[in-house]
Design a protein around this ligand. Structure first.
Ligand SMILES: NC(=O)c1ccc[n+]([C@@H]2O[C@H](COP(=O)([O-])OP(=O)(O)OC[C@H]3O[C@@H](n4cnc5c(N)ncnc54)[C@H](OP(=O)(O)O)[C@@H]3O)[C@@H](O)[C@H]2O)c1
Length: 303
């Protein structure tokens, strides 16, 4: 009997990679993961082996990809820190793609973001565009999947909006708050990614949910679901960033970045294409209201 297909998923012990890995396993396929935390608790028991990224040792990186048919790549950094810059993350991604070519990987499903652009003033979005180009220029067959804001149990932004609403009498919104966001559920993203992985043609698709909100509507919706009053004050983006930094000092994290505020305000987290995620954030919030924002979700602690 033929062995089931082997996939490599980056970050299977983290956020979206965990749901992609879970979906592949449920379909009877084999999965190994590349991660910065191979010793982290393994939610899949012995079913997923963990290997370090080894970006500085491309030969070993290629070895850990050998035998796999498809690479599901979620690797990226949310902001520059001691762990490196966006330029480093672009270089690491190029190294990963080259290693995948050398290892004989057939297809890459690359998780990007809505509206990446090489000429973007936001290094996050520019870096994502440069990595997309590396994927497209590679010898690999590819699917580029571009989620807007991802929500789910391990998500940070929506949880942390709820955390702030639970603790502070006022909620600061940058600018008018009428810029839009189209959140996608992490399990829908995994389904879109895996289904794209099982196709053959080169594709670039957005991954977006069925609801679009203005940012202010999103904050009010979260407040409603957790039974808090949203007393919103509109502030300039610069002041918003200062406030986020102040709170960041208290929670020892980067709460919100300049690129995230800028990307939101420039309406980059929405799609012009029909929604392909099924899950309604408004319903998910109702079902998860008690846990939402009960504790702060820290990016620095996770990575
Ligand atoms: N989260 C969102 O709302 C959102 C929205 C749009 C697009 N995206 C894109 O979707 C993809 C997956 O996002 P996610 O939230 O699911 O990410 P994640 O699971 O937190 O991380 C994905 C992978 O990147 C690695 N990574 C993250 N930060 C790192 C750092 N500072 N240094 C080294 N490695 C790091 C993780 O390493 P470990 O395995 O060690 O954890 C993991 O392998 C990313 O490409 C992101 O740009 C996310």
């Amino acid at each position: 009997m033929e062995k089931p297909e082997l996939n490599v998923v980056t970050g299977a012990f983290s956020h979206s990679g965990k749901y992609i890995a879970g979906r592949l396993l449920a379909m009877g396929e084999r999965v190994k993961t590349l991660t910065g935390h191979p010793d982290r608790e393994n939610p899949f028991g012995g079913r997923v082996s963990a290997h370090p990224f080894n970006f500085d040792s491309p030969g070993r990186l290629a070895e850990s990809l050998q035998g796999a048919t498809t690479l599901y790549n979620t690797y990226w950094i949310r902001f520059p820190h001691r762990w490196g810059t966006f330029d480093n993350a672009v270089e690491n991604s190029r190294t990963l793609i080259k290693a995948a070519e050398e290892a004989g990987i057939h297809r890459v499903v690359h998780i990007s973001i809505t509206s990446p652009a090489e000429e973007s003033p936001f290094p996050y979005f520019k870096g994502k565009a440069l990595v997309e180009k590396a994927v497209i220029d590679s010898r690999l067959s590819y699917a580029i999947v571009r989620p807007a804001l991802i929500f789910g149990t391990e998500g940070t932004l929506i949880n942390n909006i709820a955390w702030l609403l639970r603790r502070f009498p006022l909620f600061a919104v940058a600018g008018s708050g009428d810029y839009k966001v189209q959140p996608v559920f992490v399990e829908d993203l995994a389904e879109i990614a895996v289904s794209a992985g099982h196709k053959d043609d080169n594709i670039v698709i957005d991954a977006v949910g069925p609801e679009t909100f203005t940012f202010e509507e999103l904050v009010r919706l979260i407040a409603d679901r957790i039974h808090r009053r949203a007393r919103i004050v509109h502030v300039r983006a610069g002041l918003m960033l200062c406030l986020a930094r102040l709170i960041g000092l208290v929670v020892r994290d980067v709460v919100l970045t300049r690129d995230e505020i800028g990307g939101l305000m420039a309406n980059l987290l929405v799609s012009n294409n029909p929604a392909n995620g099924q899950t309604y954030l408004s319903r998910w919030l109702t079902e998860n209201a008690d846990a939402l924002g009960a504790s702060y979700a820290s990016e620095l602690r996770r990575h």
